[in-house]
Design a protein around this ligand. Structure first.
Ligand SMILES: NC(=O)c1ccc[n+]([C@@H]2O[C@H](COP(=O)([O-])OP(=O)(O)OC[C@H]3O[C@@H](n4cnc5c(N)ncnc54)[C@H](O)[C@@H]3O)[C@@H](O)[C@H]2O)c1
Length: 260
């Protein structure tokens, strides 16, 4: 039995991942702003500190895994600050704070849930990604509010994906695998909300999905279970698209060779 933290555990992919890992016999500590073991707002420094303290109280100084699925979507007209604070800073701050506990765990693994909007949504704004990766949350929130929530969602997910890839070698040196799952359209409450929005719902219904259907939350849970498990110990810094083939359709020639 391993001890694993799952954020966003009250809904969608996080809830499915918690359920799957518990069914596999693990101890799972759910974290969310509502209805789970540790209730905390990962969008604020105070909430993150409370979340870390609550995990430490439960597990002591060792943790074997974490899956970060908490996230908010960026609807048109919405503010960007909450999008970067939850999707990027909430994720990264929690991972950084729990890294020493993971380093003392057994075959420790961290799995970040990103989004295939990183490659399929052309509105991602590089300035927002750069502001996140620079690590100054106040400044990033200002840039995000100038950009608006729609451009911030994919930009925040690019930032968290690059952060994971950039940090994975150092984490591997501590014995921790750090990988990213990149979901496509998955049938969760978030996607139901998006599809019900008359401005963007029709666009989402036109996203080409080669396998011919939306994904299910349990299909993300099984990818997370694999990346946390013994069969994935040599996987480090990977970006695993679980999107029914959308990214392959849109960008068939990635990964790029380093011709130079
Ligand atoms: N559903 C999709 O098609 C899709 C596609 C790509 C990526 N994603 C990403 O996958 C992840 C899971 O999404 P989902 O579809 O399961 O969404 P969901 O809305 O069903 O679940 C997200 C969970 O995150 C929690 N959360 C939001 N803000 C929080 C905060 N400040 N502090 C703590 N918890 C907070 C919510 O309470 C909720 O339980 C998200 O990061 C999302 O951006 C979703």
């Amino acid at each position: 039995m391993r001890t694993i933290v799952v954020t966003g555990a009250a809904s969608g992919m996080g809830a499915a991942t918690k359920e799957r890992l518990e069914a596999d016999g693990h101890r799972v500590i759910g974290m969310d702003r509502q209805e789970t073991d540790v209730v905390a707002d990962l969008g604020t420094p105070e909430g993150r500190a409370a979340a870390v303290a609550a995990v430490q109280e439960r597990v002591g100084d060792r943790l074997d895994g974490i899956v970060t699925a908490a996230g908010v979507f960026g609807f048109p007209g919405g503010v960007g600050d909450v999008v970067v604070s939850v999707n990027y800073f909430g994720t990264v701050a929690l991972l950084d704070a729990l890294r020493p506990l993971l380093a003392r765990g057994t075959d420790p693994a961290a799995v970040v849930v990103s989004s295939n909007s990183i490659t399929t949504n052309p509105s991602a704004l590089r300035a927002v990604t750069d502001a996140c990766l620079a690590g100054d949350e106040d400044k990033a929130r200002t840039v995000a509010n100038e950009a608006g929530a729609s451009a911030c969602y994919p930009a925040s997910k690019v930032a968290v994906t690059w952060w994971a890839r950039r940090n994975s070698p150092a984490w591997a040196a501590d014995g921790i695998t750090l990988n990213t799952i990149v979901p496509g359209l998955i049938h969760t409450p978030m996607v139901e909300q998006i599809r019900a929005d008359e401005r963007i719902g029709p666009l989402f219904d036109q996203v080409p999905i080669p396998v011919g259907r939306l994904g299910r939350p349990d299909e993300i849970a099984s990818a997370a279970a694999f990346l946390l498990g013994p069969g994935a110990r040599y996987i480090c810094g990977s970006t695993l698209f679980v999107d029914g083939g959308t990214d392959a359709l849109v960008r068939p020639d990635d990964p790029q060779p380093n011709w130079a």
